[in-house]
Ligand binder design. Structure first.
Ligand SMILES: [Zn+2]
Length: 243
């Protein structure tokens, strides 16, 4: 491989690299998009679990009130029983004791009634929170779904573009030496999708380290593919390729 042959091959590699640059960037986007969607989903799930907690709290307030209403009914029953016993009592002492008992029961009853009223207030309060949280969750779900749709469409678009680029790059492959292509692919894989880079101002376009004058002379000889000694990327000089 010498002279115009090396120049010609380098031009082809640069052409291939152009496709691979875009493919690499697009593949990176394809990796990032689902991550963004996952973050959105987690935020949404968090809101949903907050709503579930509130609904559970609303339920527990209701259960608590049912218990209180049971207590109230029992208390009323006790009062009725005690009052019905009054007429059968023989002595003043027994009568006063029963009256005191009834008063005690009534005081307990009004405490329960108080608690029931408070429980209704609490339920109202939680219900308002549940309703507003439901609205937030519904809005977030809609937001999530529409963003998901946008992302899904973008992903499909990118996948389509990658497919197209890959088909285009395939067309360049038969023209290239197999061993060189393998070397190119290996560097591409190991070096962030960048295998062929220009040297500009004596600096490697891949790792930005200095390229010694001697290496630049080697490139200018067009006798073989010259690699950066630091990053192993294949080097070229734009002016030498007429780029
Ligand atoms: Zn380098």
């Amino acid at each position: 491989m010498a002279g115009s042959n090396v120049v010609e091959t380098l031009r082809k590699l640069v052409g291939l690299q152009k496709f691979d640059n875009e493919i690499f960037m697009l593949n990176r986007e394809l990796e990032e998009k689902p991550v963004a969607l996952e973050t959105l989903k987690q935020e949404f799930e968090l809101k949903k679990s907050k709503l579930k907690d509130l609904e559970a709290r609303f339920k527990s307030v209701q259960v608590e009130r049912n218990t209180l209403e049971g207590d109230l009914a029992a208390k009323e029953e006790n009062i009725r029983k005690a009052e019905s016993q009054l007429a059968q009592l023989k002595t003043n002492k027994e009568y006063h004791a029963k009256i005191t008992e009834i008063e005690g029961l009534k005081a307990e009853k009004s405490m329960i009634e108080e608690k029931i009223l408070m429980s209704y207030d609490k339920a109202d309060e939680v219900r308002v929170q549940v309703e507003s949280e439901k609205k937030v969750v519904a809005e977030q779900e809609q937001d999530f779904q529409s963003k998901k749709k946008v992302l899904d469409d973008e992903i499909k678009g990118i996948q389509g573009r990658v497919g197209l680029l890959k088909a285009e790059r395939e067309k360049l492959l038969p023209d290239l030496d197999k061993a060189l292509l393998a070397r190119y692919e290996r560097i591409l894989h190991n070096r962030e999708g960048l295998a062929v880079v220009p040297v500009k101002n004596q600096v490697c376009g891949g790792c930005f380290m200095n390229i010694p004058a001697q290496v630049i002379n080697e490139i200018k000889k067009h006798e073989e593919m010259i690699s950066c000694e630091i990053c192993a990327r294949i080097l070229y000089l734009e002016e030498e390729l007429g780029l």
